[in-house]
Design a protein around this ligand. Structure first.
Ligand code: ADP
Length: 436
């Protein structure tokens, strides 16, 4: 393009020179050189002005200039302009096309997507937002989303900044259950993404009911079998003693699994637990005594109360969770090992109950999965010691219902520490007056 322009400049310069030479010849012939040159220069300038005016009109018209056929610099400029305009329009068309494809894809998503400006006003939303959040187009564009949504919980979450995802939000008479996230993407702007999890939750409920019903149905026949097995004395069945002992052990195991499954179903069905004061000193003492009874003198069990604090929650469920940890420590620590129960404050006002043992320990790759149902690091060891594989799931659920969590540190061959970590909101000074 640059070479074509240079050539056009040369041609135009040559044409100017030729016209001026002709004017000179005519001027000499007519003995009026100055007049002839002046008239020619004025004509050349006038022609230039006319082409410039034509070019400006073409630029202003915003349409493609027609192709110029001449070889001079004005024609080259006109063709250059035409080419640029073609490029720009092509790029614009491609961008509009991409933008439309992008919007169509977002509009077709089954999740509700709402683009919000820095003041939480709606800039755009897709079709699913009408179904899931009740938004209407174009009525709601420009309106503040917290004022429009059909749920006070969602409105409050939005006003609070929506840092954490909002789970299991019930809308429209509990017909729709949503998980909602706020995704910030540019200065103050954010995208609200709401996913319909109604079907998923229904399936989850069916699964829970099934497990609860099966466990419940199994409990009575198991009690009967267990009762009869206990009534039979091994001496009454000479030669079958070992089988009888095995039958008793297995029926006890089944009963424990069913009891643990029922306990889990019970916990899963609850949204919260009673909020009573749980005195920690006597509880930790009781846990130590239980540990000693289980260990039958095979371990050194100590209790350290470093915090003069109590917990707010369900005494029964907390006891069950903590005693699961103590029972695990006893069962997974070889004879001669030691176990320490420690109740201590955390920085920030929270507190933790830690159970430390000098047992087998757990390889790091198993730690993230320990609280899954029936997950065992060593199946044989768990069975030998009477484990159901459900203890830590129960611990996790109990802690979740107390807005607390489980932390596990472990080193194979050295030992493990399982800590139940509670927020400041669940901790009160021991012996202080009424509950907050
Ligand atoms: P189980 O009834 O099998 O003990 P849990 O849910 O209580 O089931 O524990 C899951 C698994 O975690 C156990 O099978 C065991 O492998 C491992 N585990 C739990 N506590 C300890 C511990 N204190 N030391 C070593 N391993 C442990």
């Amino acid at each position: 393009m640059a070479r074509r322009l240079t050539r056009a400049w040369r041609i135009s310069a040559a044409r100017c020179a030729l016209v001026l030479a002709l004017a000179l010849v005519v001027g000499v012939a007519l003995h009026a050189v100055t007049v002839a040159l002046l008239v020619t220069v004025l004509l050349v300038l006038g022609w230039g002005a006319w082409r410039l005016a034509r070019l400006s009109r073409l630029v202003a018209a915003r349409t493609w200039p027609p192709p110029a056929r001449g070889a001079g610099v004005w024609d080259a400029l006109q063709n250059l302009l035409r080419l640029r305009q073609q490029h720009t329009e092509g790029r614009q068309r491609r961008m509009v096309h991409m933008l439309r494809a992008f919007r169509d894809a977002a509009a077709a998503l089954p999740d509700a997507i709402v683009a919000l400006d820095a003041r939480q006003r709606i800039e755009w939303f897709n079709g699913a937002s009408a179904r899931l959040l009740g938004l209407r187009y174009p009525r709601d564009v420009g309106a503040a989303l917290p004022d429009l949504v059909p749920s006070p919980r969602l409105a409050e979450w939005l006003r609070g900044g929506g840092e954490e995802p909002l789970v299991d939000l019930l809308l429209f008479d509990e017909q729709v259950r949503l998980n909602v996230r706020r995704v910030p993407y540019a200065a103050g702007r954010a995208m609200l993404v709401a996913r319909d999890v109604s079907q998923l939750m229904r399936l989850e409920q069916v699964r829970r009911d099934f497990v609860a019903n099966v466990s419940h149905e199994l409990r009575t026949p198991l009690t009967v079998v267990h009762g009869y097995l206990d009534m039979i004395e091994p001496e009454q069945l000479p030669g079958y003693e070992s089988i009888l002992y095995e039958l008793r052990a297995q029926s006890r195991r089944m009963t424990r699994i069913v009891e643990d499954l029922l306990a889990l179903s019970n916990l899963e069905a609850r949204d919260d637990l009673p909020r009573e004061r749980v005195a920690m000193r006597p509880l930790v003492e009781a846990l130590r005594r239980e540990g000693e009874a289980l260990s039958q003198g095979q371990h050194a069990i100590r209790a350290e109360i470093a915090a003069q604090a109590d917990l707010l929650g369900s005494a029964k469920e907390l006891h069950s969770a903590f005693s699961n940890l103590v029972s695990n420590a006893v069962r997974y620590t070889p004879a001669g090992g030691s176990i320490t129960l420690r109740w201590q404050r955390d920085p920030g006002g929270g507190a933790r109950l830690a159970v430390t043992d000098t047992g087998h320990g757990i390889p790091a790759q198993h730690l993230p999965r320990l609280t899954e149902r029936f997950y065992r690091v060593s199946t044989s060891r768990s069975r030998e010691t009477g484990g159901t594989g459900l203890g830590l799931s129960i611990v996790k659920h109990v802690l979740q219902l107390h807005q607390a969590h489980l932390e596990v540190e472990s080193e194979p061959g050295v030992g493990s520490t399982f800590s139940c970590v509670f927020d400041a909101a669940r901790v009160v000074d021991a012996g202080s007056g009424d509950l907050p």
